[in-house]
Design a protein around this ligand. Structure first.
Ligand code: HAM
Length: 441
């Protein structure tokens, strides 16, 4: 074993792991493009300030941060959203809106490595910018559902729980907190199940003073019930703003129904999201088989572009990690793969045939076929075994007999049928056709 090990929470990808990862990326890309999203990317290393103000305490405490050789304070990206906001804000005037953008990239968070969570992971991000209406929220949530379906997950295996930070803002402010501090109070609510009552009360005290006990009880009651139906929140706060907001909910749910994804959706106001920038609907996808773990999360963040780039542009989107989705697919025995199978393995009789065999390799590759061959002299049997192990569709054989007859032999590795065909200028096209159709007896 090597004395050099990879760092905790960082993964290595052997070819089969890469094939699985590429299969996942392909599913994400397919789903995003099918809904008209276009791909972008941004730097992996960013100025530290980008995350300091806007991402929320938890992510800030998990940053991989250091000073570069020029004395700049930098951080590896823990998420994509601040970079996206900066990119879009910088060119806001010239971009046709609404923007439907997606990206797939590696993120870094100094978390405790555990099943489904690493210190480096891949994240699929999809966001719509420049559209304030719930149509954009619905389109993002629909993509979240479709992307998970494209990965191979089915109805009943996951659900998207939708909540609303706007309703939470109204509720928490009505209990007596300063409006500007509500994102901080929501961070306390986000950790409600992890903290003891005493810890939660102590944290709340900063915002509620002598009204803390009342606030604690109301929040607790709300959290206990809000996973149920809409009636809970309709009765929770009843001012005009809330009623108006409930109209937005109906509109969102109608759109999700029209887009054909309503059966995957559930209201759940217990979700508040750990990131500080969300301003409206928020949502998380959970697996509903095996351990209930989060597969993705997102929401509306209408102020972030103003804060990062001075541009007033509403936005909504989500991020989906690769780890929990792949774990789930493996548990369900539906692993993804994207192995580019070899079309042809060229079996070479001996060194005398090698020059002609290499010419065939060149011709086949020029015809767009993937081709491999032994780099030095090998027994026939070993070559066939390699062809099998590579998953080659065909073995093309050039031995002394075939060479003497001006032919090659083609063997279908699945049906085991063999034919001899002339080695003439039409051979590459002939082989290509056989790769597609196969040989049958
Ligand atoms: P997030 O909830 O922090 O949101 O992360 C979204 C997803 O990324 C999680 O549900 C999980 O699948 C994956 N993820 C996060 N941390 C880890 C980790 N340490 N290991 C493995 N997977 C992880 C965001 O990042 C927002 N920026 C998403 C967003 C985009 N909101 C609007 N647009």
């Amino acid at each position: 074993m090597s004395t050099f090990q990879s760092l905790p929470g960082f993964r290595e990808f052997y070819p089969e792991d890469c094939a699985a990862r590429n299969g996942l990326f392909r599913a994400w890309r397919t789903a995003a493009r099918r809904q008209g999203f276009v791909e972008y990317d941004a730097p992996v290393l960013e100025p530290l300030e980008l995350y300091q103000e806007k991402s929320g305490e938890e992510i800030k405490s998990q940053l991989f941060e250091f000073e570069d050789k020029g004395g700049r304070k930098v951080a590896l990206r823990p998420e994509m959203t601040p970079s996206l906001a900066r990119l879009v804000a910088a060119k806001a005037g010239s971009l046709r809106k609404p923007l439907k953008w997606f990206s797939i990239g590696e993120m870094y968070r100094y978390e405790k490595p555990q099943k489904g969570r690493g210190r480096s992971f891949y994240q699929f991000n999809a966001d719509i910018l420049g559209e304030p209406g719930v149509g954009a929220d619905a389109e993002c949530i629909a993509l979240l559902v479709e992307a998970l379906k494209e990965c191979g997950l089915r109805e009943g295996e996951f659900e998207v729980r939708i909540s609303d930070r706007k309703l939470w803002f109204l509720f928490l402010a009505a209990l007596g907190a300063d409006k500007t501090k509500i994102p901080e109070v929501l961070a306390i609510v986000d950790k409600w199940d992890k903290d003891t009552s005493d810890v939660a009360k102590k944290k709340l005290e900063i915002y509620y003073g002598n009204k803390t006990e009342n606030a604690f009880q109301k929040i607790n009651a709300f959290l206990r019930n809000a996973g149920d139906t809409g009636e809970v929140w309709e009765s929770a706060v009843q001012d005009e703003e809330t009623k108006f907001r409930i109209g937005d909910w109906s509109e969102l749910e109608k759109k999700l129904e029209d887009l054909g994804v309503k059966s995957f959706i559930k209201r759940d106001l217990r979700i508040v999201r750990g990131l500080a920038y969300y301003t409206g609907f928020v949502f998380e996808a959970y697996q509903t088989v095996g351990t209930a773990r989060a597969l993705a999360g997102g929401g509306r963040y209408d102020d972030l572009l103003m804060k990062l780039g001075g541009v007033d542009m509403p936005a909504v989107g989500f991020g989906m990690g690769d780890m929990t989705v792949s774990d789930l697919l493996n548990e369900l025995k539906r692993p993804l793969t994207d192995e580019g199978k070899l079309a042809v393995y060229l079996v070479i009789g001996g060194e005398k045939e090698r020059p002609e065999a290499l010419k065939l390799v060149g011709q086949f590759r020029a015809a767009g076929l993937s081709v491999d061959y032994p780099l030095k002299e090998e027994r026939f049997g070993k070559q066939f075994k390699t062809a099998e192990q590579c998953g080659a569709r065909l073995a093309v054989i050039l031995g002394p007999d075939e060479a003497a007859a001006g032919q090659v032999k083609i063997k279908d590795m699945l049906s085991r049928v063999e034919v001899a065909v002339p080695n003439n200028p039409g051979l590459a096209a002939n082989v290509r056709e056989i790769v597609e159709k196969g040989l049958s007896a």
